[in-house]
Write a protein that binds this ligand. Structure first.
Ligand SMILES: [Zn+2]
Length: 300
């Protein structure tokens, strides 16, 4: 009797141990990765913008886009279409990125704000001699910046888009190359593909130095939202709002192409070639974001 009882006790102990092993395997074995149990979740608030390379320039320089926030409202800001000739538009784009880095609250919920700081990096390199994020101290106080306007094929990129494209176009009194076909240049093709893959609701191009905010159109007039955002940005920033740039004929411009595919786009021309007019443009950008937040019913 005593012996049988002992056997029963041993059997119970074995069952308890076996059960314990099964519970252990259930908790820590199988397909469940160990890290998911032992590592606390990582905070995602300060990971910075999403960084993508959307293409390469003629000379192989990366064309980068940085996207802050996320959601269904996508806005895009582009600097440096005219490269080193308008290097202040690139510096303005980098200043905007620096601002978003430390002011994530500036982006409403549901907004993805993308910045392409330098769409023509070869043109910047030609006169600045730097790649990526440069500083005003890197810019020579003298010299001829005009060659930096073009890409390494000597094409004026803002004549290479698919709106009334012609192989030769104009810049002031000069004839400029517009490429061999719409989007013949890798820089413009990269922008086209990014826009087509991301459902942008508004695009702002920073240029210099005409001191105005321009609407855009191709064959069908100015889109209502384009006129709205031209006025909103111009009023907040203190630049004149101008429907159509008519100082000379422009063909194949990026803003016109966007209008032709139904995407509102404006051109913001700084008033000089060597300042970023930060407080004015910050006010313009904030007003633009506020416009879309109100339009889309987002609480800011
Ligand atoms: Zn320009």
């Amino acid at each position: 009797m005593r012996f049988i009882l002992t056997k029963r006790i041993v059997a119970v102990i074995i069952i308890v141990i076996a059960f314990g092993v099964l519970v252990f395997i259930g908790l820590y074995g199988g397909n469940k990765p160990l890290e998911s149990i032992v590592t606390p979740p990582i905070a995602t608030t300060d990971l910075g913008p999403k960084h993508e390379v959307i293409g390469y320039s003629v000379d192989g320089r990366a064309i980068e886009v940085f996207t802050y926030g996320g959601g269904n409202t996508h806005l895009l800001f582009v600097g440096g279409m005219h490269g080193g000739y308008e290097w202040n538009s690139v510096l303005l784009a980098y200043a905007f990125m620096d601002y978003l880095d430390i002011h994530p609250e500036a982006i409403p919920d549901g907004f993805g704000i993308s910045v392409i700081p330098s769409i023509n990096p070869d043109g910047v390199y030609k006169v600045i001699g730097k790649e990526g994020h440069f500083d005003i101290a890197d810019v020579s106080t003298s010299g001829n910046f005009s060659p930096g306007r073009f890409n390494a094929h000597n094409v004026d990129l803002n004549r290479n888009f698919d709106c009334k494209w012609k192989s030769k176009s104009t810049w002031r009194g000069n004839v400029v190359s517009a490429g061999t076909a719409p989007f013949s240049e890798p820089e413009t093709a990269a922008l086209r593909d990014f826009v087509k893959n991301t459902d942008q609701q508004g695009v702002v191009f920073w240029h210099s130095q005409s001191n105005a905010v321009y609407a855009s159109e191709c064959e069908n007039g100015i889109l209502p939202v384009t006129r709205d955002i031209m006025n909103v940005y111009a009023k907040a920033a203190g630049y004149p709002a101008v429907d159509v740039f008519d100082a000379y004929e422009i063909t194949g411009d990026s803003e016109g192409w966007l209008a032709s595919i139904g995407i509102p786009a404006i051109t913001v021309e700084l008033s000089t070639h060597d300042t970023i007019e930060w407080s004015k443009n910050l006010a313009g950008v904030k007003a633009l974001i506020g416009y879309y937040a109100q339009k889309n019913g987002v609480n800011k």
